[in-house]
Ligand binder design. Structure first.
Ligand code: ZN
Length: 363
């Protein structure tokens, strides 16, 4: 267990030295952001809040408020006075953001606190922030601000088994199957092509799914479990990246990070046609000038699609004998990888083919 003293700002807790007998429970929280952001917020005097500990997804722990001082974390003065607050890096509303390394580090910390303060390792004494009574409204919970952390995705069964093991001086066994995303951190800003790796441990793995915002994008059946995620095909901003490792016996594990893409999505492709098109006769070939990434080019004649091309060379052909001679509207539409399209429209003249030379009459 790696615990670093990282003192919170003095303004964020009460400097009231409590006796050991006052510590009667542990309140479990979720940070709703990265470890670094949480630690720096608790070091900011404007926060007017802090927890005694912050646990990271990699298992490191910041000790921010001494155990014998009252940290402001629960939104209830009585609970603050009698508890130790433990923040865990992750999101209440996103499945898979808490890691096994984090559950173990947090449980080892809490197990040792329970032992030191002679507190039972049960859910009466290890509670979620969501279980803290609202001090001002009877029957409401989550402290005065009605927090819901750590939420339904916090695995209490696993956590309490770990807490009981560590409190009893045992190391909990490894999970039957687990998966991690070693190269991406919670809240990380990503750009361009992201090499997204998953590392699976435990039983033999049948496949690993790569899931973006809830949609499976790739399923990889052999190591290395990796998939290149092209952020230029996504909206700029927040994305939820989940890997799911499925074992050969069907058991599975997930891991999730929330990242921020700063890659602007590609602009619509540019399309242009030569300024002067000669009158069209017979079957004509047209190659538009294209700019940007293109996945499909469509030829439209008089408002209807006449041809679609899905690969370069983006050459379109049009049999003008299918229309009456005269003026027609020709449009070329180029569609980019995100569905954005550019178009060029022009009027063209279609001429009737010259009349064939009449065959000599037979006598
Ligand atoms: Zn909380």
């Amino acid at each position: 267990m790696l615990i670093a003293p990282v003192p919170a700002a003095a303004a964020n807790y009460s400097h009231h030295h409590r006796p050991a007998a006052s510590v009667r429970m542990v309140v479990v929280h979720a940070t709703e952001g990265s470890y670094d952001a949480t630690v720096s917020w608790f070091r900011n005097p404007r926060a007017r809040a802090a927890a005694n500990y912050v646990v990271g997804r990699d298992g490191r722990i910041a000790h921010m408020v001494p155990d014998n001082e009252v940290a402001w974390h629960a939104g209830n003065g009585y609970v603050n006075a009698h508890s130790i607050g433990v923040e865990n890096e992750g999101y209440t509303a996103v499945d898979g953001t808490f890691t096994d390394a984090e559950y173990r580090a947090s449980a080892q910390l809490v197990g040792s606190l329970l032992q030191r303060y002679r507190i039972a390792a049960d859910r009466t004494h290890v509670i979620g922030h969501s279980q803290v009574p609202d001090p001002f409204h009877r029957g409401e919970f989550g402290g005065w601000a009605h927090h819901t952390d750590p939420g339904a995705f916090w695995d209490w069964t696993r956590y309490m088994a770990y807490v009981r093991d560590y409190r009893a001086g045992r190391t909990p066994p490894p999970r039957p199957i687990d998966v991690t995303i070693p190269d991406l951190e919670l809240g990380q800003t990503v750009t361009g092509l992201v090499a997204w790796n998953a590392v699976a441990t435990g039983e033999a793995v049948d496949h690993v799914d790569f899931i973006v915002d809830g949609v499976v994008r790739a399923s990889v059946t052999s190591e290395p479990y990796t998939w290149a995620w092209d952020t230029s095909l996504e909206k700029k901003g927040r994305h939820i990246l989940t890997v799911r490792a499925v074992g050969i016996d069907g058991r599975s594990a997930i891991a999730t990070v929330v990242v921020e893409s700063n890659t602007p999505p590609p602009a619509a492709p540019g399309v242009s046609l030569p300024p002067e098109l000669p009158p069209f006769v017979g079957t004509v070939a047209l190659t538009p000038n294209l700019d940007g990434r293109v996945v499909r080019v469509e030829l439209w004649i008089d408002g209807a699609v006449a041809q679609t091309v899905d690969a370069a060379p983006w050459t379109l052909t049009w049999d003008t004998s299918t229309v009456t001679p005269g003026e027609h509207t020709l449009a070329i539409r180029a569609v980019g990888p995100t569905g954005k399209a550019g178009a060029a429209v022009t009027l063209v003249q279609v001429q009737a083919p010259p009349s064939p030379v009449p065959a000599p009459r037979r006598r």
